[in-house]
Design a protein around this ligand. Structure first.
Ligand code: B1N
Length: 808
């Protein structure tokens, strides 16, 4: 999609005039942004059209990635990059006196997800298109994204994220593709013809699902795939059926808000309705599209793969069965065989509280036909297992419906041909510890697909200065193939290159320091170590461990004013689920500790704490390039993979990590000398569980350092946290420290000391940093999605892909 400066400027001015009857000099940033966006959309729409027409013409097998969250962030710059317009547009705008950055600033950050799971889905969408793979996203167009976070008196306050209030240039509403989704009512099976039972419905409520499509532009490959997000509407004809205003409102608001819980489930009717809504709409639209191929429904698995991103879309399985049985008249046996071939499932967590379960009563009431199908899937599963060798316990552990609840993970596993975890350790734990009974039944279904990240966003766009150094040093092939970052290893002893990488880091740190001063008033030095922990606030991620170490450093300085640690800025970014009081307590404690330390003259600026508000994709793009230290300190076994670990290493940060999730693979990639690991291993964690032998209080009693740190929470050292300090103290001592913070404290402190030592030896540190960048290409989501494509979805690029990327 090439364009010249002259073409661009002419077209841009025309459009601005057409849209707003204005010249460049009169337009606001928002008007300029909308003009540019609509112009880009017009430019890629013929490629978009071609892409799906080609899929159709080739009867290409496609994957549909069902995810209740997508977290794309801003799209302007990333679309410009992938269209190969970035440089021309930047220069052309500059000629017209417009700074592209100002247009980027007015774009809302599209935050239809909570954290890693949603961001992974968006990296996958970028990679699928960029690798030329036929794949689409399917999700919900929430009217409000994840809440905006503010701190008031150190407390988290949530504000609505009304991201659509200025419209959305990237989406296209497709009225002609709307479908109906049904809820509630009564259903019974009637023999409509001899021997054939069909469901007959009474008193159902019908909602309209309207799709909004967004083009996913492949990186300089002329391909544009689709993410389809569904929005609810109430058909006027249906008004009469509502039993109450409340009920009407509940359904009307179905796609209004994203549930703000990460790794946690709260059984609520609206959430279940959301899940069915986007699943049913998505599957109906897939089947409708499939019919235009003129292929027999008996072969649909050769043309369609459906991926279930965590259990939230697990209703794909009974919904697909419903369509094959009730609408396509297939037999149960055939419908089931096809469903298995179509469906695959990724598990993203082993945290018990995140395992989705719905009460039988709720599903029965909201989705009566779906419930019948789930019941029958379960009945046949139990019958089948009982005939095989499995003992009663295995069947009891694996069935879908028990104790009045539907276990969504069990449904997803039983109905999919592939079940994968998101890092090697996590996938092993699924087999050995979390789902051993399922593993014994279906050993061949289990596999690993380690997560990845899109280097385009997380390096090319967010770290332009490092990208330039890379281009100069190793050429530009890494931009297409991130594995080529390894070429950098040839320069690990090249002082000039090390210096240039350092200077680019310095620039990014300065940029962040300016932002910090603007937004929080805190002055930090870019020569300090920037120590970064950015992720959702959750007890298992152990932001508390980080805070305890900071308090220790503070106490050391107070006790020994002559000590001269290297100056450090501890940077946090984290949102807590609004209902997660413990996580909010930790936020309050970090903020109050920041007040104390940042303003204590004795500290002489040796330590600063900066907790940036409203951590989101855009803020991540600013923080990550500036990081020196990457905090990945979850309790071993708890973080399924993590992806900020990959983003931070890619930008030259050195990882300070427990042996959890993908940290282990990062260590294996960079080697022990280039990462700093600490803490107990998965085996030690399980030993403690097995023997119930962990005693937090003994650390408190026997380790004076730990004792002094913990007491700071309750003895007034940290001001304004009377209630919160007690809550922390109790979680550690009274409730025996669920995430072994005290157990890992000492080795964490030692690891932090080692980090400081390494940093002080700048020559050594710079080499470590370079090796991290060089090995980060291995964690590209391009490779991850190719593995999904080959091993799970069995999809391929178009036959002519690569030799004529321009398509027809
Ligand atoms: O998924 C990420 C992983 O890198 C993280 O380690 C993992 O914690 C994260 C319920 C979740 N697991 N589970 C969720 C999110 C929302 C929700 O309502 C669960 N998120 C993860 C990508 O694999």
């Amino acid at each position: 999609m090439k364009i010249t400066k002259e073409q661009f400027q002419k077209e841009f001015k025309n459009r601005l005039n057409e849209k707003y009857a204005m010249g460049v000099e009169d337009a606001s940033a928002n008007e300029l942004y909308n003009t540019l966006g609509s112009m880009m959309r017009a430019a890629y729409s013929s490629k978009w059209h071609h892409t799906w027409k080609n899929y159709l013409a080739n009867q290409q097998k496609q994957v549909y990635y069902f995810s209740i969250e997508f977290l794309p962030g801003k799209l302007l710059e990333s679309n410009l990059l992938n269209m190969d317009w970035l440089e021309v547009v930047e220069e052309s705008l500059e000629d017209m006196g417009i700074d592209l950055k100002e247009l980027i600033n007015v774009e809302p950050d599209m935050g239809l997800g909570n954290g890693g799971l949603g961001r992974l889905a968006s990296c996958f969408m970028d990679s699928i298109a960029s690798c030329g793979l036929p794949g689409n996203g399917n999700g919900i167009r929430y009217q409000y994204g994840l809440f905006k976070q503010k701190f008031i008196d150190g407390y988290q306050v949530e504000l609505p994220d009304d991201w659509l209030n200025n419209g959305n240039v990237w989406e296209v509403r497709k009225d002609s593709k709307a479908v109906n989704v049904h809820f509630f009512g009564d259903v019974h099976l009637e023999e409509v013809e001899y021997g054939k039972l069909k469901p007959v419905y009474k008193n159902q409520q019908m909602l309209r699902a309207v799709p909004y499509d967004t083009g996913m532009i492949g990186y300089k490959n002329e391909m544009v795939n689709t993410v389809r997000l569904w929005s609810v509407e109430i058909p006027a004809s249906e008004e009469v059926h509502y039993r109450s205003i409340e009920e009407r409102r509940a359904l009307e608001d179905l796609t209004a808000v994203l549930y703000p819980d990460d790794s946690n489930e709260k059984g609520r009717l609206t959430r279940l309705a959301q899940e069915y809504f986007f699943v049913s709409a998505g599957i109906q639209s897939i089947v409708r599209y499939f019919k235009t191929l003129n292929v027999s429904i008996h072969n649909i698995h050769e043309y369609v793969a459906i991926h279930i991103n965590d259990t939230h879309p697990a209703l794909c399985i009974p919904e697909f069965m419903r369509i094959l049985l009730d609408e396509e008249d297939l037999t149960w046996e055939e419908a089931w065989a096809i469903t298995l071939k179509v469906m695959s499932y990724t598990n993203h967590t082993i945290m018990a509280e995140a395992m989705e379960k719905w009460s039988v009563d709720m599903i029965k009431r909201l989705l009566p036909r779906i419930y019948q199908i789930i019941e029958e899937i379960d009945r046949r599963f139990v019958e089948d297992m009982s005939l095989k060798v499995y003992d009663g316990k295995v069947v009891e552990n694996t069935k879908i419906i028990k104790h009045g609840e539907v276990h969504m993970a069990h449904l997803a596993i039983i109905g999919s041909h592939s079940i994968n975890g998101v890092a090697k350790l996590h996938s092993e734990l699924l087999k050995t510890t979390v789902l051993p009974d399922f593993y014994s039944i279906y050993p061949n279904r289990f596999n690993n697909k380690t997560n990845g990240i899109a280097q385009r966003r997380w390096l090319q766009l967010s770290n332009r200065s490092l990208s330039e150094v890379l281009d100069k040093t190793i050429g530009t092939t890494w931009r297409h193939d991130p594995l080529d970052l390894r070429l950098l290893l040839n320069y690990q002893d090249d002082e000039k290159v090390l210096e240039e990488i350092y200077q680019s880091k310095r620039k990014n740190k300065k940029r962040l320091a300016d932002f910090i001063e603007d937004h929080s008033g805190i002055v930090v030095s870019p020569d300090a170590i920037f120590d970064v922990q950015i992720k959702r606030l959750h007890a298992y991620k152990r932001q508390l461990l980080n805070l305890m170490h900071i308090i220790k450093c503070y106490q050391d300085i107070k006790e020994n004013p002559e000590s001269k640690p290297h100056p450090r800025v501890f940077i946090f970014g984290a949102k807590a689920a609004p209902s997660y009081t413990y996580a909010k307590t930790i936020i309050k404690c970090i903020n109050e500790t920041a007040q104390l330390i940042n303003n204590d003259p004795d500290v002489k600026d040796l330590i600063k704490i900066v907790f940036l508000e409203n951590y989101n994709v855009s803020l991540a793009e600013l923080i990550i390039p500036a990081a020196d230290v990457s905090e990945q300190i979850s309790l071993a076994t708890k973080e399924a993979s993590g992806t900020s670990n990959m983003k931070l290493m890619l930008n030259g940060a050195v990882t300070l990590a427990t042996l959890d999730g993908a940290n282990i693979e990062i260590r294996d990639a960079v080697g022990d000398e280039n990462i700093c690991t600490f803490g107990i291993t998965k085996d030690e964690v399980y030993d403690y569980y097995q023997n119930q032998s962990y005693s937090a209080v003994s650390y408190y009693e026997n380790d004076p350092v730990i004792r002094r740190v913990i007491e700071a929470f309750i003895d007034g050292t940290i001001p304004n946290i009377y209630h919160e300090g007690t809550e922390i103290f109790d979680s550690l001592i009274r409730y025996n420290d669920e995430f072994f913070v005290l157990r890992d404290f000492k080795s964490y402190v030692e690891a932090q000391e080692k980090i400081e030592e390494c940093y002080k030896d700048q020559n050594h540190w710079r080499k470590m940093s370079l090796r991290n960048i060089a090995h980060a290409g291995a964690f590209t989501s391009d490779e991850t999605v190719k593995n999904y494509a080959d091993e799970i979805w069995h999809i391929d690029t178009l036959p002519n892909y690569g030799d004529e990327k321009g398509l027809e």
